[in-house]
Ligand binder design. Structure first.
Ligand code: NI
Ligand code: MN
Length: 228
């Protein structure tokens, strides 16, 4: 059983068999989050990059659960300096974890985070997750990139999680174009309507995806789940 729950912004919890993962756990400062970090049970915390709206409550959740942080090498070193367990990877590299395989993918974005927004925390990334028979792609924060075509050409992505909020990441049109590169079975929008700067109507994304691709667009409310 693999269940994916949207927790607002770019945060998703994934329950896969007995394994509990959370990606980009931005909860306590997230105006749309419905759960706090104290309500999260996770063994693995995947962090796409160091910006505060992705690193979020990583430290709190990792300490409370003894969870391992997974991210790019520099971000993993930063987590270890905080006393957390961490596993560093880098772009294009993957590793087989007890729950499945994680490969870091290219994301065109910024990197600073940590104790000041200018602390260097490596390269922003996305995640290609192989969970049993399922492949899930969480792009992290990124602009549209032709590298996404590699995912569609060499993987059968079941679920793509893509930002649509514009300003800092792809907007709706580019995210729909990304869907034509990735060719996932299902696509869920993220990184929108958390703040005024990233206002977007997810139904416009649904229409754009239907116009351009064969993927099934699914809009998840905060707290809502889908089962793969
Ligand atoms: Ni960011
Ligand atoms: Mn962001």
């Amino acid at each position: 059983m693999t269940r994916v729950t949207f927790q607002g912004h770019s945060c998703f919890e994934i329950a896969h068999d007995e394994h509990r993962l959370i990606i980009d756990p931005f909860l306590s400062n997230n105006p749309v989050a419905k759960v706090g970090p104290d309500q999260i049970r996770a063994d693995w915390i995947l962090v796409s990059h160091g910006h505060g709206d992705h690193w979020g409550d990583t430290e709190t959740i990792a300490r409370a659960n003894g969870a391992t942080v997974i991210g790019c090498f520099e971000l993993a070193v930063y987590a270890e300096h905080k006393g957390l367990k961490a596993h560093g990877l880098h772009i294009g590299g993957g590793h087989q974890f007890p729950f499945g395989r994680v490969q870091l993918t290219v994301a065109h974005h910024g990197t600073g985070g940590g104790d000041s927004e200018l602390t260097y925390l490596g390269t922003p990334a996305g995640f290609l997750l192989s969970l049993g028979p399922f492949t899930v792609y969480h792009s992290g924060d990124t602009g549209l990139t032709y590298d996404m075509k590699l995912l569609g050409d060499f993987h059968q992505v079941d679920l793509a999680l893509l930002p649509i909020g514009d300003n800092f990441t792809m907007g709706i049109e580019d995210a729909a174009r990304a869907t034509t590169f990735i060719r996932p079975k299902q696509v869920v929008p993220m990184h929108y309507n958390t703040f005024d700067l990233i206002r977007a109507d997810p139904q416009d994304f649904v229409r754009a995806v239907r116009r351009m691709s064969r993927a099934e667009p699914i809009v998840l409310d905060v707290g809502e789940s889908l089962t793969l």
